[in-house]
Design a protein around this ligand. Structure first.
Ligand SMILES: Cc1cc2nc3c(=O)[nH]c(=O)nc-3n(C[C@H](O)[C@H](O)[C@H](O)COP(=O)(O)OP(=O)(O)OC[C@H]3O[C@@H](n4cnc5c(N)ncnc54)[C@H](O)[C@@H]3O)c2cc1C
Length: 462
């Protein structure tokens, strides 16, 4: 180990290598509620792609596991290192290399945070549209988890914004793929293979990201409904209307009570309406013209009434923004209230009510308490699971995932598989697909050193 540390110091410099007691607990975990923390042997903070390549080549030669780490805000245990491994952190590679205002792209190093990019793009009337609820997250982490968030219904997820990458393979080789263009039919799309691969295929050292005009005006509309079926029926009608909502979220009664209690916002919902409400639909519209926004908001309010909303509230700007912020922070409210796990199953959006009916049955059968909210426009159901018995919880999770997969869904819409959901992936995913994924993994990372233990275990790869 001492020899490995000496070699790493030679590669990246003394100040960029942490070992022993210098590795604080902040390097040992992410925000997953269930994952066990683990301490790496070494943390390196390279300053260039060449340094990342050299560190990975050294690790490959010695068979040492390497885990890339962004801001550690992940919810699946994906950046938790292997004991005896190296963590590569990107806080010394956190520069916006270019804002190209002609091609509408940003070229960023992986340690750049969403907050940092948002401030830089706002200054030019542009926006990078992925807002996955935690703005301290890094772009490297976002690319590796294919982060989604509330605005995906309008703009898509991270994979739709990544035009190109530079990345280090498990051999230490550096590859570039894609670039400042939106189309390419020039061989396999390696960019998209790396997006969402949770640091298991390659380490991203640069990303070229799509930017959009930043509309100035927004309107937030809150519609209480008496059933999830009515919400689910309303969602495709809203999406199909051409109004093009930026956010289309559902929040169940209990989750909304938690949001209101934690944030102290006053939504002005009439008590009689509240008494009939089972869940809320929150719609945010945006436009560069205030007049067009008002027209769309009025049309939407009428449509929501026709679609069975008990009432429709156009929230004042401050309350609207506060509701969205509080919705983004719902994870912290669930954690503070003792949630044992959080999952983000995705199903075809028309299947949400059927899926939630099954969730209610599973909760009752297992004496668990399961509540949630989600990206209704994307079929992405976020559930907080309160079940203290680990064995029972494991069974409930399995059944929740199995039910969603049977409806044509997938285990995670945006948080990823990480260390926490790999057993379910292994059991519920098509074996032929898993075998192909294993062969792809071997092509990118022949020594199996990149983030072993995330998505699957090394022994499964054999
Ligand atoms: C309150 C809260 C709300 C959230 N809401 C959402 C949400 O709505 N939608 C959503 O999608 N996510 C959400 N998340 C999860 C999280 O913010 C995202 O997963 C984010 O993309 C993780 O970024 P990070 O920089 O923290 O990555 P980390 O947690 O540090 O790492 C995540 C994964 O990326 C890999 N990685 C990191 N950097 C690199 C790199 N340079 N190259 C290769 N691999 C790399 C790691 O190895 C790991 O596998 C939320 C988290 C919190 C705490």
């Amino acid at each position: 180990m001492a020899d490995l540390i000496d070699r790493l110091v030679e590669l990246v410099g003394t100040g960029a290598v942490l070992a022993g007691d210098a590795i604080g607990e902040e390097w040992t975990h992410d925000e997953a509620l269930t994952a066990e923390a683990a301490r790496p042997d070494v943390v390196v903070r390279p300053a260039s792609t060449e340094q990342v390549g050299a560190v990975v080549a050294l690790a490959a030669a010695r068979g040492v596991p390497v885990t890339a780490r962004g801001s550690g805000t992940g919810l699946s245990g994906a950046c938790i290192p292997r004991a005896g491994g190296i963590v590569i952190a990107f806080d010394h590679m956190a520069e916006i290399l270019e804002l190209d205002l002609e091609n509408h792209v940003a070229v960023v190093q992986p340690g750049v945070t969403l907050e940092q990019l948002d401030a830089a793009t706002a200054a030019h009337g542009l926006v990078y549209p992925v807002f996955p609820g935690e703005n301290s997250a890094s772009l490297g982490g976002n690319v590796a988890t294919n982060a989604g968030g509330m605005r995906a219904v309008k703009y898509g997820v991270t994979r739709h914004q990544v035009l190109g990458i530079e990345a280090v393979l498990g051999t230490g080789e550096v590859v570039r793929s894609g670039g400042k263009f939106v189309k390419s039919t020039s061989g396999y799309d390696l960019t998209q293979l790396v997006v969402g691969s949770e640091g298991t295929l390659a380490i991203v050292t640069e990303a070229t990201l799509r930017l959009y005009p930043r509309p100035e005006h927004t309107a937030t509309i809150l519609a209480p409904f008496a059933s999830m079926e009515a919400i689910a029926a309303a969602v495709p009608r809203i999406v199909g209307s051409g109004i093009d909502p930026m956010v289309l979220e559902y929040i169940d009664l209990v989750a909304m009570a938690g949001i209101e209690a934690a944030s102290g916002i006053e939504l002005g919902v009439d008590p009689d309406v509240r008494a009939q409400t089972l869940a809320y639909l929150v719609v945010v519209l945006e436009d560069r013209s205030a007049r067009r926004l008002d027209e769309d908001a009025e049309e939407l309010a009428l449509m929501l009434g026709e679609l069975g909303a008990i009432d429709v509230y156009g929230l004042p700007p401050q309350a609207g923004a506060a509701l969205i912020t509080a919705r983004e922070r719902v994870f912290w409210a669930a954690k503070a209230n003792g949630a044992n796990d959080i999952i983000d199953m995705v199903v075809p959006r028309a299947s949400i009510p059927t899926y939630l009916a099954r969730v209610a049955e599973l909760a009752a059968e297992s004496a668990s308490f399961i509540v949630g909210c989600g990206h209704a426009g994307d079929g992405n159901v976020h559930l907080s699971i309160f079940q203290g018995d680990a064995e029972v919880r494991d069974r409930v999770l399995h059944d929740l995932f199995a039910a969603g997969v049977a409806m044509g869904g997938a285990i995670s819409g945006e948080h990823g598989i990480g260390s926490e959901k790999k057993a379910y992936l292994r059991e519920l995913e098509d074996p032929a697909k898993l075998a192909l994924m294993a062969r792809i993994k071997t092509a990118f990372d022949p020594h199996g050193i990149l983030n072993p233990g995330a998505i699957w275990d090394p022994e499964v790869m054999a």
